[in-house]
Write a new protein. Structure first.
Length: 277
C-alpha cells in the first residue's frame, strides 16, 4: 500500500510540473522514481515513459481543441523517433546503472540551463512586447504560407526535424525522457511557428514516440506495472489539476525556479550514485 500511494503522489508531482512548465517538465519523472522508490535508471525509464505518454497525449488533446497542433510536422518527427526509440530501450537494458545515471544527470543539467535561457528570453520579449509569431525570413527552412497557414516543406526543413525526432526517440527509450528538450529547439530553429504551436506540436510528438517506447518496453519485459499504472494515473491527474492553475502560476519565474531545482537534482543524482556505490 505504501508503494502504491508513493507512486500516485510522485506521478501527481510529475503531472503538475508538466502542466506548469511545459514539455521539458517531463524529465523530472525519472529522478522522482529514483529518489522516491529507489529504482535504477533501467527500471525507472519505462515507468516514466508511460506517464509521459499519457500526460503528453492529454496535453496534445487540449491543444488540438484550440487548433494549435501541427499534425504533419508532429507525424513526420514522430516517425523518425519511433525508429530510434526501441534502440534506446534495448541499450538501457544492457548498460550498467552508473553510466546511465551520469548521462541522465547531464541531460537534466542541460535541460535546466536551457530552461533558464528560455525564461530570460521570454522576460526580454515581454518587456519589448515582441509578437509570438516570427516573420518569414530566408534563414528559416520551414515557413508558414501565411499566419495560421500550412508550413512550406523543404529538404533542409525535413532534415532538421527528422534529426530532432531521431535524437528525441533514442533518448526517450534510453532514459525515459519525453524529448521535448530536443524537439522544441528544433521547431524554433527550423520553423517560424508561434511558440504555443511549437509546444503543442512537441507534446503530440512526445506522446507518439513514448507510446512506441512503452510498447517495446512491455514486450521486452522491462515494465513494472505495479508501479507504472498508479504512477501514470497520478501523473495524468496531476496534469489536469495543474492546468487549472497554469494560467495563474506558469511563466518565466516558475520556469527559473524549476530549472534551479533541476540543477540541484542532477547534482544530487551523481552524489547519491557514488555515495551508495
Amino acid at each position: 500500500m505504501e508503494i502504491l500511494l508513493t507512486s500516485i503522489l510522485l506521478g501527481a508531482c510529475t503531472g503538475v510540473v508538466l502542466a506548469l512548465t511545459g514539455a521539458g517538465g517531463t524529465i523530472i519523472a525519472v529522478p522522482l522514481l529514483i529518489f522516491g522508490l529507489h529504482l535504477v535508471i533501467a527500471e525507472a525509464a519505462p515507468i516514466a515513459l508511460l506517464a509521459v505518454c499519457l500526460s503528453s497525449a492529454a496535453g496534445a488533446l487540449f491543444a488540438h481543441r484550440q487548433g494549435k497542433v501541427r499534425y504533419r510536422a508532429a507525424g513526420f518527427i514522430a516517425i523518425t523517433g519511433v525508429m530510434t526509440a526501441p534502440a534506446g530501450i534495448w541499450l538501457a537494458q544492457k548498460l550498467p546503472n552508473v553510466p546511465l545515471t551520469i548521462l541522465f544527470a547531464l541531460v537534466l543539467l542541460y535541460v535546466a540551463v536551457d530552461m533558464l535561457r528560455q525564461s530570460k528570453r521570454q522576460n526580454d520579449q515581454a518587456i519589448a512586447e515582441v509578437p509570438d509569431c516570427r516573420p518569414r525570413t530566408s534563414s528559416i527552412p520551414c515557413q508558414l504560407e501565411y499566419a495560421g497557414g500550412r508550413l512550406i516543406w523543404t529538404w533542409p526543413c525535413a532534415r532538421a526535424l527528422a534529426f530532432s525526432g531521431a535524437i528525441a526517440g533514442f533518448l526517450s527509450g534510453l532514459l525515459g525522457v519525453g524529448g521535448g528538450f530536443a524537439i522544441v529547439p528544433a521547431l524554433k530553429k527550423a520553423t517560424n511557428l508561434p511558440m504555443q504551436s511549437i509546444l503543442a506540436t512537441s507534446l503530440a510528438v512526445i506522446a507518439l514516440i513514448s507510446l512506441i517506447g512503452v510498447t517495446f518496453a512491455a514486450i521486452l519485459g522491462g515494465m513494472n506495472w505495479a508501479i507504472a499504472l498508479p504512477f501514470s494515473a497520478g501523473a495524468l491527474t496531476g496534469m489536469l489539476i495543474g492546468r487549472i492553475f497554469a494560467a495563474r502560476l506558469a511563466g518565466p519565474k516558475l520556469q527559473q525556479g524549476f530549472a534551479v531545482v533541476a540543477m540541484g537534482v542532477s547534482v544530487g543524482m551523481i552524489i547519491r550514485l557514488f555515495w551508495i556505490t
